[in-house]
Design a binder for this molecule. Structure first.
Ligand code: FAD
Length: 428
């Protein structure tokens, strides 16, 4: 560090914050501080999907080897994913894992394993725990952070809000942005595979069981555990839905799935308790930077609530581009204001494209209802799943943000002479 170092604070040490730490530690000229609200870094008992893009980023972050033992490389016989009619159990589609040894593996693991892998790339003691951000103030000197424990830190030249869906940083930078309950709740749990082994027709790979309004996801994990993740439509009649990872009883869950086929009714009946996640959303932000000093990333910027099963990869992409844009500014005597604009301009179109897919999917259900009112629920489910599978979402998992960043920078600098490629090629 030197007197001239850029003082950067990262708030939040989830997947996005941890990836930002690793990226920013590779940029010279940064004096980095990290604040995490939790007393200890501990992930909840749920699974997380690592798609091809997530793996690519784990490689870029230098921590993929910590998860290699869980990588599910295809041999042509392993089922990657199935889609079934939840009412009848009828198989709608089945895909086998790729056998291409060069394709990063698709796997599903317990969330804490991803966290541990990322933590292996972070120096011990860098993350200040029990620092729950409650207030932000700006002055000519920079941004000062105030924490629940009565302490403060700063002023900082740049604050990165990686504080998740209920981001305090976002509330400060975009006070009009208000979260609201989506009307959907997820119930999730990991149980031993032995608890469901007796159930007939239990699939051996990951499987979505669809009905008209909800779905259930089942998946045997790598280590003898069985993951169940569901969605239920639950109106918030008294405006009190806030829970996130809260334990609820079996009785609160089973009723939502009584119309499903016997296999799923038995699966849902297997756990004694569940974790409940009320799903929140908010207005879409076109820009996630504020006053040339604050940038949001990951769920703090665009909470997608598990859509696409790639939220961690989106947060990694954000962290990569943000660090590259700051690196470029520092190495070329550019401004932080321009760096943040670069970050916004690279990431905003990507999120816009993701939101468009969600809009199209939402529209598809309405279109089918209008065009084919004669369909019964089972026919409707099969039609909508088929239409969803036909949609092009593969680019999300093949999206190479390192190339996008390089192309963006090259085009921005086009009129300014040659570019030193070493400035934009990410560290391995
Ligand atoms: C039901 C569901 C299923 C999902 N499935 C997948 C999947 O299969 N694959 C996938 O890639 N993604 C999945 N996601 C998305 C993924 O979990 C998120 O996109 C990812 O965790 C975002 O990481 P993040 O670091 O931005 O936020 P978070 O993981 O929310 O981390 C935020 C961090 O900030 C801390 N923090 C919060 N507030 C403060 C504060 N005020 N002060 C200081 N620290 C604070 C928190 O303690 C936490 O450590 C799913 C999400 C949901 C809801």
């Amino acid at each position: 560090m030197s007197r001239g170092d850029l003082k950067v604070a990262i708030v939040g040490a989830g997947p996005g914050g941890l990836a930002a730490i690793i990226n920013f530690l590779r940029v010279s000229g940064i004096d980095l501080s990290v604040f995490e609200g939790a007393r200890e870094l501990k992930e909840i008992g749920a699974g997380i999907g690592l798609n091809q893009n997530t793996w690519r980023h784990l490689q870029l972050l230098g921590v993929a080897d910590k998860l290699e033992e869980f990588a599910n490389r295809g041999d042509g016989t392993k089922i990657d994913v199935e889609n079934r009619n939840g009412n009848t159990g009828h198989l709608i589609s089945r895909r086998y894992q790729s056998v291409d040894p060069d394709t990063p593996a698709r796997s599903r693991i317990e969330r804490y394993k991803l966290q541990n892998a990322l933590l292996s790339g972070v120096p011990k003691d860098l993350i200040q725990l029990n620092k729950k951000l409650v207030e932000i103030k700006e002055s000519d000197e920079g941004v000062t952070l105030f924490f629940k424990d009565g302490t403060d830190a700063g002023p900082f030249d740049l604050v990165i809000g990686a504080d998740g869906i209920r981001s305090v940083t976002r509330s400060y930078a975009f006070p009009d942005h208000k979260l609201s309950y989506t009307g959907k709740t997820a119930y999730r749990i990991l149980i031993p595979q032995s608890a469901v082994a007796h159930i007939p027709d239990i699939p051996q790979g990951s499987c979505f069981w669809h009905t008209k309004a909800t779905h259930v996801y089942t998946n045997p994990l790598d280590n003898g555990l069985f993951e169940i993740a569901t969605r239920a439509v639950i109106p918030d009649t008294d405006g009190t839905k806030t829970s996130w990872g809260q334990e609820v009883s079996k009785e609160e869950v089973v009723g939502h799935y009584s119309g499903y086929c016997e296999t799923i009714r038995k699966v849902i009946d297997a756990p004694d308790k569940w974790l409940e996640f009320a799903i929140f959303g908010g207005p879409r932000l076109d820009s996630v930077i504020h006053n040339d000093r604050i940038a949001l990333l990951g769920d703090a910027s665009h909470p997608l609530s598990g859509a696409f099963g790639a939220g961690a990869a989106f947060a990694f992409e954000d962290a990569h581009v943000l660090a590259q844009s700051i690196r470029h500014a520092l190495e070329t005597n550019g401004s932080i204001a321009q760096a943040l604009r670069d970050y916004d301009q690279v990431r905003a179109p990507h999120y816009k494209a993701l939101y468009e897919i969600l809009d199209v999917n939402a529209g598809t259900a309405k279109e089918i209802e209008l065009a084919q009112p004669e369909l019964n629920d089972d026919e409707f489910v099969e039609e909508i799943v088929a239409k969803g599978l036909a949609g092009n979402t593969q680019w999300i998992y093949q999206y190479d943000v390192t190339k996008v960043w390089k192309d963006y920078l090259a085009s921005r600098l086009e009129d300014k002479g040659s570019i030193d490629q070493s400035l934009v090629i990410p560290d391995a």
